[in-house]
Design a protein around this ligand. Structure first.
Ligand code: SAH
Ligand code: SF4
Ligand code: F3S
Length: 439
């Protein structure tokens, strides 16, 4: 094996896992290539959160059929969920590894090199988190750090507890060491990751909770921005807001998935909070002296969701006024408690509710973005759009702000810089502006 190709589906945890897998493979002397055709080892790092995501990998596997000597591997959540059944569905697959077994990836590859046809890593009882001496990060300015893996909640609709295993936190010391190392390499933005990042519990004698770790990462010299995702409402304490108030580097944004605005639906989903408890957390965030942007995830059409339940979700959007939302039609997932629930909502009705919800939110976003016209925002420059001639920046609130500068500039003079930008126009999903200083 000399070369590998990897394709990643799913959430940021998967994206970062792939960065670590790439680092592990490069350390073993393999070279990353950009097409499956050119690779000896073809890997798909998969997601099974909804049925559509799961289907994608089987489609990709059927498009990339067996060829002599080529090794195919399925990693991630579909690997863990389907296990050896993947060999039946796609017989050319040689390697099936769930994320809890990545610390063993090296050993598994040796087995393949020794000629084994089918190798699996599917154990979920690992106490390890996946740390590698080398991580191949894609972006030279913004870096992910996983602080907690797995999930100990049991939301009725969700596969993650089965695909990622139980919760394992890293020590605060190793997280801080990584943050310092990143800062010394020139990274200025850090994103702390976890399925429920705020359920973090330092396993070392320090015993820090999430708010303590967050503040400490925010104080690492050289780090200008810290984000974190995803926060679970049940474990979202006021101490997190207090840490944000005290620590300027912590970005003005919180992603707090509500899933539904109806306490009845939340109970059926086993979310472990009521609408009122969720709104209490929103009030803490709104009372902050920072201007914290809010985003959320919503599922429409969970079994038994009535018109009134759905109306409560719409009212919640109006009350909170999120800056952005991710919304999904409920998708039945294998082995989850909700799989066999009665009163499944027809797909057409789920589709209708999704459109109503998204239209309602679109109006809110236009209003909220328009309110920023005339203000000055600091952006981290992330790229250049040659079609529009605009630089692409991101504000502390995680808004995309496309902007122009007085003079033509080369990419490496601009990308990674922090610049003040005056907002001149607003759309539902982004802002446009002009750089407020001569660069
Ligand atoms: N741990 C996070 C969510 C991670 S999964 C939390 O608890 O908030 C990301 C999102 O996918 C969820 O917030 C949910 O909105 C959505 N999702 C999960 N399972 C789903 C399913 N079966 N159907 C539709 N959406 C789902
Ligand atoms: Fe899934 Fe719930 Fe765990 Fe989030 S908290 S990953 S929705 S089981
Ligand atoms: Fe998907 Fe697994 Fe992430 S199911 S959303 S890749 S944890």
């Amino acid at each position: 094996m000399k070369s590998f190709y990897i394709e990643t589906f799913g959430c940021q945890m998967n994206v970062h896992d792939s960065e670590k897998v790439i680092g592990t493979l490069e350390r073993r002397g393999l070279e990353q290539v950009t097409t499956p055709d050119a690779a000896d080892l073809v890997l798909f790092n998969t997601c099974s959160i909804r049925d559509k995501a799961e289907q994608k990998v089987f489609q990709r596997l059927s498009e990339n059929k067996r060829s002599k000597g080529k090794i195919f591997g399925v990693l991630g959540c579909v690997a863990q969920q389907e296990g050896e059944r993947i060999f039946e569905k796609a017989p050319h697959v040689n390697l099936v590894v769930g994320s809890a077994s990545y610390p063993k990836l090296g050993e598994l590859l040796v087995q393949i090199e020794q000629g084994e046809r089918r190798v699996t890593g599917l154990s979920l009882d690992s106490d390890d988190t996946f740390e590698t001496p080398m991580t191949r990060r894609d972006n030279p300015h913004r870096a992910y750090i996983t602080i907690i893996e797995g999930c100990d909640k049991s939301c009725a609709y969700c596969v993650v507890p089965y695909t990622r295993g139980h919760e394992r936190s890293r020590t605060s010391e190793s997280v801080l060491a990584e943050a310092r190392e990143l800062a010394s390499k020139g990274y200025s933005e850090i994103q702390l990751l976890g399925q429920n990042v705020n359920s973090y519990r330092d396993p070392s004698p320090m015993g820090w909770n999430f708010a303590q770790l967050l503040e400490a990462v925010g104080r690492v010299e050289g780090i200008r921005r810290v984000r974190f995702t995803t926060s679970h409402p049940r474990d979202f304490g006021k101490d997190i807001v207090d840490a944000m108030d005290r620590t300027e580097t912590l970005c003005n944004m919180v992603h707090l998935p509500v899933q539904s605005g109806s306490t009845n639906v939340l109970r059926a989903m086993q979310r472990q909070y009521t609408r009122e408890q969720y709104m209490e957390r929103i009030e803490w965030l709104k009372a902050s002296k920072r201007d914290i942007a809010l985003s959320t995830d919503i599922i429409v059409g969970f079994p038994g969701e009535t018109e009134e339940d759905f109306a409560q979700t719409l009212r919640l959007l109006d009350e909170v006024e999120y800056d952005s939302i991710f919304s999904f039609k409920y998708s039945v997932r294998p082995n989850t408690p909700a799989q066999g629930m009665g009163d499944q909502i027809p797909d057409e009705e789920k589709g209708r509710r999704l459109i109503v919800l998204q239209e309602r939110q679109r109006a809110i976003q236009i209003r909220r973005n328009t309110a920023l016209v005339g203000t000055e925002q600091e952006v981290l420059v992330e790229g250049f759009n040659s079609t529009t001639g605009q630089w692409i920046g991101r504000t502390s609130q995680n808004r995309v702000l496309n902007f122009t500068v007085g003079q033509q500039k080369a990419r490496d003079e601009m990308i990674g810089r922090y610049l003040p930008v005056r907002v001149t126009r607003a759309g539902p999903n982004s802002l446009a502006g002009e750089c407020a200083i001569a660069v």
